[in-house]
Design a protein around this ligand. Sequence first.
Ligand code: NAD
Length: 452
Amino acid sequence: MSTYTVINPSTAEPVTEVALATVEQTDALIERAQEAFPAWRDLAPGARATLLRRFAAVVDDHIDELAELEVRNAGHTWSNATWEAGNVRDVLNYYSAAPERLFGRQIPVAGGVNLTFHEPLGVVGVIVPWNFPMPIAGWGFAPALAAGNCVVLKPAELTPLTAIRIAELALEAGLPEGVFTVIPGKGSVVGERFVTHPLVRKICFTGSTEVGKQIMAGCADQVKRCTLELGGKSANVVFADADLAKAAATAPYAVFDNAGQDCCARSRILVERSAYDEFLGLLEPAVKGMKVLDPGDRSSEMGPLISARQRETVQGFLDEVDVAYTGSAPAGDGFWLPPTVVLAESPDERIWREEVFGPVVAVMPFDDEQDAIDKANDTEYGLSGSVFTRDLGRALRVSRGVAAGNLSVNSHASVRYWTPFGGYKQSGLGRELGPDAPQAFTEEKNVFISDE
Ligand code: NAD
């Protein structure tokens, strides 16, 4: 059996070995999930809700343990990792209300009664990237389970440890065997098998746009449902009338959080030309003041990149441009890079167009509202974005004008589990989270009953 050596990105030291599942093992676990499905589907809604609440409570009892695992496995800062484990708990609690509220409709028709039902799909395959292993897993498995599906979940090769532990906690909470199964393995083996296995009825994929396109093409063969949460190149648009001090103080955190390995990273800052110099003057101390420290240090605000390879990729972008200035980063064997600011010279530069997925931000001036919208939209992506202005009308016009799924005004909030999340254009397909997420894991059935 092949194994994968998990590396601590802060030190480049090995942490543990994880067995990688084969196609045969994947098949057996998918079949076991299918066997568990009828009983899970038919469980009384209140009983399923209770089990999900218990699952949330057991996760809550293990927040520190899960956070420690993530600090070691993914180099996430302690404050991020504890938030992430708490997010799994909160999302489970939120969707634990869904089984008892999975309403159908009674639709007026002639000659009888018409009812609709939301029926679970069966086995759902969730494929998770390495950048936010815990939350992204939860955004898939919690609503899927709540809607009565069984879930098989593949964590990223680089970051399997928290998902493996969460699956153990599910059993401890009393979820029946086979209802929620984590299968560590390669994308090309386990992930692809989710796509090709006929018993997996939906793929919930988060990852790169490139792999997302392959998944979508693969799903077409069986008309398999899929949702895709893909890459981003989001703009942070700062108008001259904004609270520039607030805009500059928060901009670094909107891109350098998680060392920039965030699909919602505001990696392009657009600043109205009349405020450009003042904004840059305020931005520099904010960037240099970021605490880039060992992620286990409770005050650390940014940790290392996930891998040597990721650092090389990011460095490749930096080698093509002049860096304006950087913050600091620890020396040592981990995969560290300091927060880095680049003044983009042309919208054709790779650093302006491509997702860097590292602690790099590019800044560019704009002339007026229309120019800001045009520049923000000059990308194949459309995931998130921010608008800083004191003019409410302008905030609305620009928010509506930017072709992206998640906009924030005078804030950088991206993902809140109460609200729908997803991308326009090549940033994705479908929505996750929010009150409607469980429906996306169901088929809507229509039943007509004649009154004759
Ligand atoms: P990736 O696409 O390389 O891998 C994502 C997952 O897919 C991993 O588990 C991987 O093993 C699996 N995979 C790879 N090849 C596969 C295949 N052929 N079939 C099935 N599964 C396969 O992405 P990554 O490098 O892990 O993550 C970074 C990317 O994820 C970035 O582009 C980022 O923007 C994106 N992302 C998007 C969101 C979002 O919500 N939109 C959130 C986080 C990350």
